[in-house]
Ligand binder design. Structure first.
Ligand SMILES: [Zn+2]
Length: 250
């Protein structure tokens, strides 16, 4: 499940947004999901990896240990090598997953989709990238996975909302726009999904949303609190030493 959104060039440099969705019954077990919004690690290489669940597929069950290979992309020398790994190590990665990798130095982005032991990758050159659980931009993955699934329709509605929201603010990408995207409520596919409004065939809720500004040294979190969804909960701010490139290869 889940969503990620990258802005390479906001008013505070790169911005990385993400929502964590999970099965509704996990809401009663915070120890399962609070780990998701702890301060993420910023690799020395500057390749920041954000991954979410992949496309629905009848043939692929959720792995016991999700996405064990994906964080290793952060150890690649650069995006070219990461892209090479998508194809070279596709059988090592249990899927399904969707991932975005941003080179914090250059703002360049690589997007990956993976399912059924196969992967696809594309470079994004306009500084904006996003993906959300349930569908594919990759025609190859779309062909591999189920197309007649309620989550696919949900995915399309979410993607449509994200595209419209970003297009309306294209010249002023900032933290506020990022929250507008992550906390959006398109009726067919809310990016912030509440417990009481899940469409048929969709049984998950949004547990938290996070926004990371690596060069500013700020990390913001909104999560379910006191029975209220993330969009109605206060923003928590964390500060850290701003990321700077250490130089050389990791
Ligand atoms: Zn909401």
């Amino acid at each position: 499940m889940c969503t990620y959104v990258f802005f390479s060039d906001s008013d505070v440099g790169p911005l990385i947004g993400g929502n964590i969705d999970d099965a509704a019954h996990w809401i009663t077990q915070p120890q399962r999901w609070t780990q998701h919004y702890t301060l993420p690690e910023l690799p020395a290489s500057g390749l920041y990896v954000h991954h979410v669940g992949g496309p629905p597929c009848d043939l692929e069950e959720e792995p016991a240990e999700p996405f064990p290979f994906v964080p290793k992309y952060g150890r690649a020398r650069n995006l070219d090598q990461a892209e090479q790994w998508v194809h070279q190590y596709k059988h090592f990665a249990k899927g399904p997953y969707q991932a975005g990798i941003m080179d914090l130095q250059s703002g360049e982005i690589l997007q990956i989709e993976h399912s059924l032991g196969d992967g696809d990758a594309r470079r994004v050159t306009n500084g904006v990238a996003f993906d959300t659980y349930g569908g594919n931009w990759s025609a190859k993955l779309r062909d591999l996975t189920s197309v007649d699934h309620p989550l696919r329709h949900y995915y399309n509605a979410r993607i449509g909302y994200i595209e419209r929201t970003i297009a309306a603010s294209r010249s002023t990408l900032n933290v506020e726009v990022m929250w507008d995207v992550l906390m959006g409520h398109d009726p067919q596919g809310p990016v912030c999904q509440h417990e009481d409004s899940c469409p048929d065939g969709v049984n998950f809720i949004t547990l938290c949303g996070t926004v990371l500004a690596p060069l500013l040294g700020r990390y913001w979190v909104r999560h379910i609190q006191d029975g209220k969804p993330p969009c109605q909960s206060p923003v928590k701010e964390f500060t850290f030493e701003p990321w700077t490139y250490a130089g050389g290869s990791p």
